[in-house]
Design a protein around this ligand. Structure first.
Ligand code: DQA
Length: 147
């Protein structure tokens, strides 16, 4: 089981950035929490962050054949990026959309996700726990797709 966690712009600032919205947990804390649970589940993972849209597109493209599932917090690109949507649908690797905050309870421009329609599902609003829920969902996708 190989799972690729991708994090978009400004998520490197977690812990300092709007803690009232995103909490005080850093991205490194989230990564170690996910790694612990992945070990319990017997899953291998890669955990990456970038502020650059094209880098996310490249990582999604090269996930084909290398990872079973992508877990993607596209951050602000969720609401703007046709390129990410096309990369997800073009690559065909099952992708889970995640957010720390409940994007549907926030400003109207965050209610629309351009990637939701090409993802298996969306997890939003559980803070850092969204990542653990996504790990469980990813394991379930892999286990239920075995012949
Ligand atoms: C976010 C929600 C996005 O609207 C925002 O731009 C982010 C983080 C979240 O995890 O809650 O940067 O993806």
């Amino acid at each position: 089981m190989k799972i690729l966690f991708l994090n978009g712009p400004n998520l490197n600032l977690l812990g300092q950035r709007e803690p009232q919205v995103y909490g005080k947990t850093t991205l490194a804390d989230i990564e170690s929490m996910v790694r612990k649970q992945a070990a319990v589940r017997g899953a291998a993972l890669e955990f990456r962050q970038t502020n650059i849209e094209g880098e996310l597109v490249g990582w999604i493209q090269s996930a084909k054949g290398a990872f079973d599932v992508i877990v993607l917090n596209a951050a602000a690109y969720t609401h703007t990026s046709v390129a990410l949507r096309d990369a997800i649908s073009g690559t065909g690797v099952p992708t889970i959309e995640i957010h720390l905050s409940n994007i549907h309870a926030r400003e109207e421009f965050r209610h629309k996700s351009l990637i939701a329609g090409v993802c298996r599902g969306q997890i939003a609003g559980f803070g850092s726990y969204s990542y653990l829920l996504a790990l469980e969902a990813a394991v379930n996708i892999i286990e239920t797709s075995k012949p």
